[in-house]
Design a protein around this ligand. Structure first.
Ligand SMILES: [Zn+2]
Length: 108
């Protein structure tokens, strides 16, 4: 469960992470791996933005163990996140700068 590093304490700030673009999923979501600059933990971020719809921005982020990073791709990210016991979600769609949710996780 979350402790108290910046990477586990919303709202998150991009300067606290080293971001790597994984790619764009076929549904149009953007997938990133973000390494916390403080504790070194890697997070998977799944970002949906539909520019034609207001308040559509939404994201999910889950921690990724180092031995799981290799299985992350743009196409596996959604299923990976939905299998986790908890995650952070946020964005204008949820009217949230980030909050914790527990399984079952459903990406919408
Ligand atoms: Zn951290």
């Amino acid at each position: 469960m979350p402790t108290n590093c910046k990477c586990e304490t919303p709202p998150f700030h991009f300067l606290d992470f080293d971001q790597e673009v994984v790619g764009e999923e076929r549904y149009g979501a953007e997938v990133f791996l973000e390494k916390c600059a403080v504790c070194g933990r890697t997070w998977l971020k799944y970002l949906v933005e539909e520019p034609h719809y207001s308040r559509s921005g939404r994201w999910w982020r889950v921690p990724v163990q180092s031995d799981q990073i290799a299985i992350i791709s743009a196409e596996t990210a959604r299923a990976f996140i939905e299998r986790q016991p908890w995650c952070f979600v946020g964005g204008s769609y949820f009217d949230s700068t980030g909050h914790l949710v527990r399984a079952p996780i459903k990406i919408v």
